[in-house]
Design a protein around this ligand. Sequence first.
Ligand code: PHE
Length: 454
Amino acid sequence: MEMQRKSKGNFSSKIGFVMAAAGSAVGLGNVWRFPYFVATYGGGTFLFVYLLLALVFGLMMIIAEVAFGRKTGKSPIGAFKSVNPKFGIFGFLAALVPTVIFPYYSVIGGWVTKFGFQYLRGGGYYASHDGFFSNFNSTFWDPIFWLGLFILITTALVITGVEKGIEKVSMYCMPVFFLMLVGLVIYGLTIPGAMEGLRHYLVPNFDNLSVMTFIAAARQIFFSLSLAMGIMITYGSYVKKEQSIEKAALQIGLLDTGISVIAGMLVVPTVIAIFGDEGLGQGAGLMFITLPRVFEQMPGGNAIGAIFFVMMLIAAITSAVSLMEVVVASVMEWFKLGRKKATIAVAIGSFLLALPTTLGFGVWSHVRWAGMNMLGIMSFISDTVLIPIVALSLSIIVGWVLKPHFIRDEVTAGGKHEFKTEKLFFFMIKWVAPCLMLLILVTSILNTFGFITI
Ligand code: PHE
């Protein structure tokens, strides 16, 4: 990373770390993926489990990663190796996660770019038509073009090292984005039928509660908080001792979760108001099909849509940059390449890897495995195979291999800060995290062999 070339303690201010981490965390995961997970996995029931897990388990995982990074002062591979040279493999796996995610993230980033341009050109009206999204995806070149453009923008930022400015971009855009979402939620709830949808979103029905709800929520939490991919470990290695890790984790977690909850409150009720309950099954296209219809009904909807998609694009890019950075850093290390060459190689490789995913929504939509399209397969690999392995190893190292007092010392910086959640932390890291990760791994194996369908 650019930051690695400089001395330690790189974040210039406490808020700098929180903003950089939030810039990575807040992205498509919140506005695109969260609402469609809520819609797919049971509305209020999913929301309830998500909040419970995010605010208890997710926060503890952030603390674990940041503390691990600050303690070792190293990049993920180095951090794992410093515990035991054999553990380097887990650092390698951690780097593999963004290698799988970045390509499919860019496919969705391409959709956002497309919609952004569509609205900027004043064509929001067409975007709200039935079939606009599916027509776009069923063509061959159009989605590939926008995917390529998204990767190009991200690559340009990573190559020029402009990403140093990202904490600032996040700092200014995040509040605007937040307010805009809140405004849209208020409008959305005035659409007839939206209140019924809000009930579906907020009220859990515990008859629907299943193991799947927990698995889906855990998958989404890791994705949304940028966990188990070395990002928080790397950021942690630049955090100064003066900063309370516990407080920072709380701020990052609350901000990210808050934005997801609000985005869900916008998308889920409006889907139900506009399309009825069947609308919930639209999957990955949910946001792109529903929101244009909402904008179309609003006065000044085209301008609002334009601002929305541009803000969304900025949020997606700040996350994509953090994803690409980790991959580039690893490629530089393994192949002894310079930064420029490594970045170009990663850009080309990711573009090629993204092609099956994008085609999976169009000409390859018949390619399915256990009912999943290409996007489903890619996120299955990242969320239910790689991430659980990395998270499992991290929790075992932090909870069992490193002695608790190492972590306590790190989090309190030798007594400077409080560690209010210490007991909860060790309980989560030692017991809950390994059980949950094993559960995900086992179900994904059962799924692979056709015993169950995730
Ligand atoms: N957390 C980001 C989001 O919610 C995505 C992301 C995942 C970014 C992993 C970095 C690493 O959009």
